[in-house]
Design a protein around this ligand. Structure first.
Ligand SMILES: Nc1ncnc2c1ncn2[C@@H]1O[C@H](COP(=O)(O)OP(=O)(O)OP(=O)(O)O)[C@@H](O)[C@H]1O
Ligand SMILES: [Mn+2]
Length: 398
């Protein structure tokens, strides 16, 4: 792997010298003890990492400090795939919006900005909720010239760089669709803050599939989905494979709670690892459209919970804990976010909105319990089966 890379580097430096562009040569090393590699090895069928895994702190540190050796554009939306000197990879989403800006009321969720701080905060929220289904994310100041322009060998990416009238280095996205709000990002003059999300292992070793969310929204200005008009929609879903088996529907409900807490309406698909079968957890990828409006609680995001009236016992216990004054969600989040170099990451109104929304989730559960009884609503999930309780019916795909 290293020899291929140094051959490539040699080739590029010759080409760059001819074209009179400067490229950085980086020394690369592969260490089997590298934090990104340990992260990959630690993924199991229950979560992306263990609750007290010290390697996650190391991975976060490494994504902050390790020199970038390669950059490629990744899809559209200005996001970039970075490779570090230790061969780790991360997805970089640059800052597009000031922290104290609220998404305008007239914005549709699908043209809303992607927020790098939402990606960071979502990782912390997911961990505080004890889900551990978001790959580790950390903020970082990147030097647009030194760490992106000079590190990339990608001509398309080079071609989108320019210097702004204020003399800042900027680049824009070549996007295919929904680019109305996507223009350019600029460093100050070179420094640009953004989020780094640790890459999962490649699809060839850990295949994943992307599945439409049964509670997806219509990505048009006027469309309505069935769940928005049919209050017994969940009865239909419950009968459908794979929601008729195991934990899948409960996992969707967990995801809805997670999205409701951060106000993310953009959960059109979810992904699972195929190796863990139908009982595997859902990956909570792409949280960049969360934390847009702190003054509004979008109740429709909770539809899977309010329509199905089911919740995992482990999730409910965690939520109840985070509603107690000693472990208040906003306090735990505020403390957790101090670990990020882009602290405070979220403004106070966004943190306080978390407590208000948590209260709403618990009240929604309470209404279900009143109607159907605790037995009918609170479901033992496989966290319990680990401790020797009767396993719930699960269907494994091979
Ligand atoms: N940390 C990661 N590791 C591996 N794959 C990832 C990671 N983050 C995102 N991806 C993959 O890349 C896809 C696009 O990422 P994401 O959704 O965050 O960006 P986006 O700008 O919204 O792009 P898109 O419009 O394509 O969804 C995800 O659906 C997922 O399959
Ligand atoms: Mn996306």
């Amino acid at each position: 792997m290293i020899s291929v890379l140094s051959r490539q580097q040699k080739f590029y430096s010759v080409a760059a010298a001819v074209a009179n562009i400067s490229v950085h040569e980086q020394r690369v090393t592969f260490d089997p003890g590298a934090s990104w590699f340990k992260f990959h090895l630690g993924i199991n069928r229950y979560a992306l990492y263990a609750r007290n895994d010290p390697n996650i702190a190391q991975l976060i540190k490494d994504m902050q400090n390790t020199p970038v050796i390669m950059v490629k554009p990744s899809g559209h939306h200005l996001k970039l795939a970075l490779k570090f000197q230790d061969f780790g990879k991360a997805m970089f989403k640059p800052m597009r919006q000031e922290r104290n800006q609220e998404t305008p009321e007239d914005f549709f969720y699908f043209v809303d900005f992607q927020r790098h701080n939402a990606e960071i905060a979502a990782f912390h929220l997911d961990r505080v909720l004890d889900f551990r289904r978001v790959p580790p994310v950390v903020g970082r100041f990147v030097n647009v010239t030194g760490e992106i322009l000079q590190a990339t060998r990608n001509d398309d990416l080079r071609s989108v760089f320019f210097t702004s009238p204020a003399n800042n280095t900027c680049f824009f996205a070549k996007c295919l669709y929904v680019c109305k709000t996507e223009y350019a990002v600029c460093g100050q003059p070179d420094l640009l803050e953004g989020s780094m999300s640790a890459y999962l292992p490649g699809l060839s070793i850990s295949p994943r599939i992307s599945i439409p969310n049964p509670w997806t929204r219509s990505y048009t200005f006027t469309g309505r989905q069935e769940w928005e008009v049919n209050p017994s929609y969940c009865d239909t879903v419950k009968k459908m494979y794979p929601y008729n088996l195991g934990n899948r529907l409960l996992n969707i409900i967990d995801m809805a709670i997670f999205d409701f807490l951060m106000g993310n309406m953009d959960r059109h698909h979810y992904e699972i690892f195929t190796k863990f079968g139908d009982a595997g957890f859902l990956l909570h990828f792409d949280n960049a459209r969360g934390f847009g409006r702190h003054s509004h609680d979008e109740m429709s995001i909770l539809a899977p919970l309010t329509q199905c009236c089911m919740i995992k016992q482990s999730t409910l216990l965690r939520l109840r804990l985070l509603a107690r004054p000693q472990y208040r969600l906003s306090d735990v989040m505020r403390e957790s976010l101090t670990l990020d170099p882009l602290w405070p990451v979220l403004t106070e109104p966004h943190l306080l909105a978390l407590d208000r929304r948590l209260g709403r989730v618990l009240r929604a559960v309470q209404r279900c319990v009143k109607r159907l009884g605790e037995q009918g609503v609170v479901v033992m999930d496989f966290v319990e089966t680990l401790r020797g309780a009767t396993p719930r019916q699960t269907k494994e795909s091979r």
